[in-house]
Design a protein around this ligand. Structure first.
Ligand code: SAM
Ligand code: DTB
Ligand code: SF4
Length: 341
């Protein structure tokens, strides 16, 4: 059975329920040939049509009333040599974030246990590095093994990786590596000059080749246009397989960074980006990441409707504010959302 909405043909839940034996990579919704123009057209659809289409696909792949709770910990904060224009941890800006050393193992495991006890099933550790030094990687590998032993899904984001470093993390039990493309290839140079788009793609290939799941997304609200947003999604969806996890961040404007004065993002454009990510990568986790602190409950509800199925939970992301746990719990209660086990 198919439904036609404004000339777009949808596969209904009934259609998918009738074909459970299809391999995920053979399912008709999983395309790797999305063009930028097609995605720009998606982003510009009438809002109700876009959300309907995204929500319909969402429920063919996921329980729409379940959201995964992740907790982030900055295991090495500040003093980063890269010049990412959005980032308070870059040493190129004075955003009041002091440079710290890599944390010891025990406090990291303590934080992971606390996150697990608060309901998180995924623990993501971030380090403000261009790329990890091998002796630091051994210490991070011990953290990964320790968090994994607590029964949590593990993710780290450490900058650029060589293939042998990815293999080292895989053998420690790492589930996901986060490394974002951030924006379109064309707009990228406006934001970052110290590493190239191709550097990022090379790291993603090393992660994929090591057998680690890929977590890769980007940021909107940096002054990019709709075409750049489409270009980011086209780059992500061209990866084969799709990243299993796609964080969509709204810029958190931090005083002292290059993008401090970027124009504010319309929350409905954030919802549109979530919806287009869901449509172009329907089987991936779409993570409603940085920027939730500035979103109303109503805007977040629209993001969940549009296909977001993961949030970061806890008062801080890496260095910036995130909604308080009590507010998130109240929102989940109001919406009837369950935390994914
Ligand atoms: N240093 C590593 C790297 O960039 O490869 C990992 C940590 S980095 C902080 C992880 C991601 O956080 C960035 O790729 C970016 O997408 C996001 N991010 C950083 N600062 C942000 C901000 N102010 N607003 C929104 N997202 C941000
Ligand atoms: C991602 O895409 N967003 C998270 C996670 N990956 C590591 C990080 C957001 C960081 C926001 C800025 C900060 O708190 O420093
Ligand atoms: Fe460094 Fe990552 Fe921040 Fe870029 S985003 S400055 S690489 S910590």
């Amino acid at each position: 059975m198919s439904i036609t909405a404004d000339s777009i043909t949808l596969n209904s839940p009934a259609h998918h329920a009738a074909a459970p034996a299809l391999r995920p990579d053979l399912r008709p919704d999983l395309r790797h040939d999305w063009t930028r123009d097609e995605i720009a057209s998606l982003l510009a659809l009438p809002f109700a049509t876009l959300i309907f289409r995204a929500a319909s696909l969402h429920r063919t792949y996921f329980d729409p009333n379940e959201v995964q709770i992740s907790t982030l910990l900055s295991i090495k904060t500040g003093g980063c040599p890269e010049d990412c224009g959005y980032c308070p941890q870059s040493a190129h800006f004075d955003a009041g974030v002091p440079a710290n050393k890599l944390m010891d193992l025990e406090p990291v495991l303590h934080a992971a246990r606390a996150a697990r006890d608060a309901g998180a099933s995924r623990f993501c550790m971030g380090a403000a590095w261009r790329s990890p030094k091998d002796h630091d990687l051994d210490r991070v590998a011990a953290m990964v093994a320790g968090v994994k032993a607590l029964g949590m899904e593990t993710c780290v984001t450490l900058g650029m990786l060589r293939p042998d470093q990815a293999a080292r993390l895989k053998s420690a039990g790492l589930d996901y590596y986060n490394h974002n493309l951030d924006t379109s290839p064309e707009f990228y140079g406006e934001i970052i000059t110290t590493r190239t788009y191709q550097d990022r793609l090379d790291t993603l290939a090393a992660v994929r080749d090591a057998g680690i799941s890929v977590c890769c997304g980007g940021i909107i609200g940096m002054g990019e246009d709709l075409d750049d947003r489409a270009g980011l999604l086209a780059s992500l969806a061209s990866l084969n397989p799709h990243p299993e996890s796609v964080p969509i961040n709204a810029l958190v404007r931090v005083t002292g960074t290059k993008l401090d004065h970027a124009a504010p993002l319309d929350p409905l454009d954030f919802v549109r980006m979530i919806a287009a990510a869901r449509i172009t990568m329907p089987a991936s986790m779409v993570r409603l990441s940085a920027g939730r602190e500035a979103l109303s409950d109503e805007a977040q509800a629209l993001c969940f409707l549009a296909g977001a199925n993961s949030i970061f939970y806890g008062d801080t992301l890496l260095t910036t504010a995130n909604p308080a746990i009590a507010r998130d719990n109240a929102l989940f209660d109001k919406l009837g959302i369950a935390k994914q086990a």
